[in-house]
Design a protein around this ligand. Sequence first.
Ligand SMILES: *Cc1c(COP(=O)(O)O)cnc(C)c1O
Length: 431
Amino acid sequence: MLHDNYGINEKGHLTVCGADTVELSEKYGTPLYILDEDCVRAKCREYKKAFEKHFPSGSLPFFASKALSYVGIYRIIADEGLGTDIVSPGELYTAQKANFPINNTCFHGNNKTDDDIEYGIKAGVGYFVVDSMEELNALNETAKRLGKVQKILLRLTPGIDPHTFAAVNTGRIDSKFGSSIDTGAAEEITKAALLLDGVKLCGYHCHIGSQIFESEPFCRAAKIMTEFSAKIKQKYGYEAEVINLGGGFGVRYYEGQDEPDTDAFISEIADVIKGVCDKNGMKFPVIFMEPGRSIVGAAGVTVYTVGSVKTIPGFRTYVSVDGGMPDNPRYALYSSRYTALIANKADEPCVDEYTIGGRCCESGDMIGEGMLLQKAERGDKLAVLVTGAYNYSMASHYNRIPKAPIVTVSNGSDTLAVKRETYEDLTKNEL
Ligand SMILES: *Cc1c(COP(=O)(O)O)cnc(C)c1O
């Protein structure tokens, strides 16, 4: 089944990490996010191992926590010895709540406010990933005022189009993120950073996009970034210690989709960097990467209860579930394709194509169209696979629907990690 942490038990029920998803949905209610902790840990180890094998010592994968942010996930990531990316003071605060080692964080974002900057410096963020000249100057001033020297990486755009969905494609020249190498902005901001004493320039960062399935765009980015570093060394005598190549490793959402081989990709990327370094008499820098989706995606499954099943003759059959765009806005936002099944009939054949609708008062509230499912009836449990990334973290209260809980499963046993919101939670800030 799609990923090897999914299975079907003797009752014909879908299992995640050996746990029965139908039983979990009866115990905790629906909609329910289930997260396979063992699968998350295995992914972390896969990255760490590949990094140790192919990159110099000090290199580290950073979990991009915008993919999934709640207190417990930072504990798991810390436990596995990865760093973490944060993009807002809210994510930073959540990591602090988990006692995450804040020196192992990169602070991202194309528009950090003065308050964000001060909060990050005071919290002891490892690296600010500086997006613009304005941010560089504001960061320098604030660090000096606080009597600190803040380590930074500069976010650069290498001018790469990895052919993913436009909203998650971030490395082109025309992007709201970073300083372009092609236009000369990257060189300008590097020169400026080298002159400031409130910041210490440690190297460069890029992130070319998400859901990338070929190694070629990563290798091209690695080459452009390392060549940029070589050019700066030649012109100004500064050699970067760190190059951060961002995230974007693809995840299989449906049958027939390929998945990157982590070790093979990292090995190819390492070869490219080494080649450029050797040619230019540079040391192989410390490498960071920032996998988000590929760490938590396949670990997650969402379980819903089926309500109405409505056939419109000559058109289609709608199956409506008790969640939808509030817990998973990705179909509404990007037409993202998922795999679903009836969790309590997982061993039965798929009989029909269904459109899975959510419960919101909005036609665009769907989980998918043309989805092959077992015969759906009111009361069935419908499971959507590979929802670990960008579901809970993108959840909203649209239609005043309380956010669904997260249950983690490890070694077959379940633990409540995030409680279901109550109606009271919905109004608690309202005067
Ligand atoms: C979103 C993002 C990531 C993670 O991307 P995935 O596709 O989830 O791996 C990493 N780095 C930065 C800067 C990002 O914005």
